[in-house]
Design a protein around this ligand. Structure first.
Ligand SMILES: C[S@@+](CC[C@H](N)C(=O)[O-])C[C@H]1O[C@@H](n2cnc3c(N)ncnc32)[C@H](O)[C@@H]1O
Length: 265
């Protein structure tokens, strides 16, 4: 058997199906828009993402799964046009509000899902997908990013397949297989004839900075789904077992930063 015989797109989809996560509807993201909008204004992740980008010769940027404008907005004053694509109306409203607050008039919002027809989505010099690649069909998603980019593509995909510390999942008593790792992305791209670059960005996990147990448990439930009374009390016991003044923040999150150039850029 050779590597060329392996359908990594199929492997990714099979792995995702085995991980058995309930898909998050757009309304779940709507509810998070205000909180996320606040958090990403000052974020080391954003600084590190942008520091790894090359904007040479670029005038336009498409930000897929843009959220409140995490990557596109801080770059907008260096570009002629920024297009944010997201399926959550709440996220797009936050993007436009944040753009207005910064006095930007070159930011547009397109409400579409990864899975929709993208024929109306403009080609842009730079295409970004930051922390937004939990898709059912990775091969199709990567083909869409590639097709819409004139010069370069930048994406981040979770390393290790878990959005929170496995120790917390264990404390709750859930059996939850990890999501597909970033290595599928590299292999699918390789199969498309794209030799992507790989780097990593690490930042505080999403449990860090919870003010009290209720907030901590709420953040765990966002990732794992609603907790039963029994799971909540197991989590409480684990939380209370931490030394005083050391609220658990979980392990840091690692993102694979994957980028490539269009051949004729
Ligand atoms: C974790 S947030 C990332 C937001 C932003 N890119 C960032 O790095 O902060 C994931 C974003 O992807 C969007 N999203 C999730 N599934 C989507 C889908 N199927 N189609 C389009 N957008 C989606 C969500 O609405 C959300 O804004």
């Amino acid at each position: 058997m050779t590597i060329a015989a392996i359908d990594f797109g199929r492997l990714y989809s099979d792995h995702l199906a085995a991980a058995a996560r309930a898909p998050k509807p757009a309304s779940a993201w709507d509810a998070r828009a205000a909180d996320m909008s606040r958090k990403v204004q000052r974020s080391r992740y954003v600084d590190e993402f942008i520091a790894r980008m090359d904007l040479t010769g670029a005038e336009t940027l498409l930000d897929v799964g843009c959220g409140p404008g995490t990557i596109g907005l801080p770059l907008a004053d260096r570009l002629a046009r920024v297009v944010g694509l997201d399926y959550s109306r709440g996220m797009l409203d936050a993007l436009l509000e944040n753009a207005a607050a910064r006095g930007l008039d070159n930011v547009e919002a397109i409400q579409l899902a990864w899975e929709d027809d993208w024929s109306a989505v403009p080609e842009c010099d730079i295409v970004v997908a930051s922390r937004s690649t939990t898709v059912d069909d990775m091969a199709a998603a990567l083909a869409k990013l590639h097709a819409k980019a004139r010069k370069r593509v930048y994406l981040t995909h979770l390393v290790g397949g878990r959005f929170i510390d496995p120790a917390v999942i264990e404390a709750v008593g859930r059996r939850q297989p990890p999501l597909p790792d970033y290595i599928y992305v590299l292999n699918i791209l390789h199969g498309m004839g794209i030799h992507a670059r790989l780097d990593y960005i690490e930042h505080e996990g999403r449990l860090a900075g919870s003010a009290d147990f209720d907030e901590f448990a709420g953040r765990v439930a966002w990732t794992l789904g609603e907790l039963s009374a029994d799971e909540r009390s197991r989590l409480r016991a684990w939380y209370d077992s931490m030394p005083p003044g050391h609220a658990p923040s979980g392990a840091p999150m690692r993102w694979a930063f994957i980028s490539w150039e269009k051949a004729h850029a």
